[in-house]
Design a binder for this molecule. Structure first.
Ligand code: NAD
Ligand code: ZN
Length: 360
């Protein structure tokens, strides 16, 4: 088993990575000295596959779990679903020492984490991320929340779990497209922080795509380590944490405008990262060879490297980009790469250059 510590003073915790961890949940929770009552929050897809072993592991360690199943998909990250969860917790009389287990992808993690952050002003929670994206990204760093009609993640809290268990076995049932989308974040860590990781992904991609546990374990652990490292230096995103948004300025704009419902997040940021690499070449002299390596790796991972837009679509994309939180005074700010493994944030890029790169 690999263990990645997340250092945040008295809120520090561990991320454990291995196959077969679901079955160890009960023992792990007993060690953390939680109260007896607990709730497993999961979605319909994940619940069908993994609720039973999680439930049984908790019962086996003397806990009294209740199961709350929400519908699968982004729509469940809503105030309505939040209220449903609160009502269930109250009906089951969960108390301050009770705890929540978030069993699922980023949707379940964000929702259940926010439930835990706010129910009785905060009760402990454990994350069991079951998508690649959730294992390397959303379960690390303590961002929790739900969507409003006006936009994504508009209500939320920074709230850290007491433990994260990444069970590699759960990845085996993940749909192919979801797995590849998660790889877009994995590749991102290589570009922003670790050239060796990038090379390793280039070399081992066929084994990664086969979800070989031996190859995946150290890669997932390294991604968690990088995110934990960044987050422990800048928990609330006042500076460094921005580097995690590499490829996300254009990626988010694609998701919010032309690509709505068409691209998964990982696919949108694949396009965004390739575009950011090209901008980096122009602004920070990222070598052309590195731009090609980045583009090739996304292609080989089965992810889209570019998007074809007509002029109306391009305009929609630009208005979406201007609405982004990272825009100040009309200038759009980017995270750009100096070389693979090293990025800088807050780089101003003119709309004309973005337009040129996107239409090339
Ligand atoms: N908190 C953060 O820091 C952070 C970071 C990145 C993304 N997010 C959020 O994460 C969410 C996206 O997460 P996601 O990509 O994991 O999506 P998701 O949770 O919707 O999961 C994707 C799909 O896979 C299914 N699934 C999950 N695990 C499975 C498994 N092991 N086997 C079979 N099917 C499985 C789910 O039911 C769902 O249909 C977004 O809401 C995003 O805002 C949060
Ligand atoms: Zn992302």
């Amino acid at each position: 088993m690999r263990i990645v510590p997340v250092q945040l003073g008295n809120r520090s915790y561990e991320i454990k990575i291995a196959g077969g961890l679901l079955q160890k949940l009960g023992v792990e929770c007993a060690r953390l000295k939680f109260g007896n009552r607990c709730a497993i929050i999961t979605d319909t897809n994940v619940g069908k596959k993994f609720a039973k072993p999680v439930y049984e592991s908790l019962v086996g360690a003397g806990f009294e779990p209740t199961l709350i199943t929400i519908s699968a998909g982004e729509k469940a990250k809503s105030l309505k679903c939040l209220q449903h969860c609160y009502n269930q917790l109250a009906a089951q009389r969960l108390e301050r020492k009770s705890f929540i287990v978030a069993l699922g992808g980023g949707v379940v993690g964000d929702l259940a984490g926010f439930v835990a952050a706010t129910y009785l002003r905060g009760i402990p929670f454990v994350q069991i991320p079951t998508t690649l994206l959730a294992q390397v990204d959303s379960s690390v760093g303590g961002k929790t929340g739900v969507n409003l009609r006006a936009g994504k993640n508009l209500v939320g809290a920074f709230y850290q779990p007491k433990l994260v268990l990444c069970d590699l076995e759960t990845l085996k049932t993940l749909p192919e497209r979801e797995f590849r989308a998660g790889l877009a974040e994995v590749i991102k860590y290589g570009i922003i922080y670790d050239a060796k990781l990038f090379t390793q992904i280039e070399r081992d991609l066929p084994k990664i795509l086969k979800r070989n546990e031996k190859v995946l374990a150290p890669i997932i652990a390294r991604c968690c380590e990088i995110k934990a490292d960044v987050v422990s230096q800048d928990e609330t995103e006042s500076g460094l944490r921005a580097i995690l948004n590499f490829g996300h300025t254009i990626g988010h704009a694609i998701e919010n405008s032309v690509g709505y419902g068409k691209f998964l997040h990982g696919e949108a940021i694949s396009i965004g990262q390739v575009a950011a690499a090209k901008l980096s070449n122009r602004i920070l002299k990222l070598p052309q060879h590195d731009v090609e390596r980045i583009e090739n790796l996304f292609r080989r991972a089965g992810l889209p490297p570019q998007i074809k837009l007509n002029s109306a679509q391009r305009q929609k994309l630009f208005s979406a980009m201007r609405l982004d939180k990272k825009v100040s005074g009309g200038e759009i700010k980017f995270v750009l790469a100096k070389k693979i493994g090293r990025v800088v944030w807050g780089q101003k890029v003119s709309p004309a250059l973005i337009d040129e790169i996107l239409s090339a």
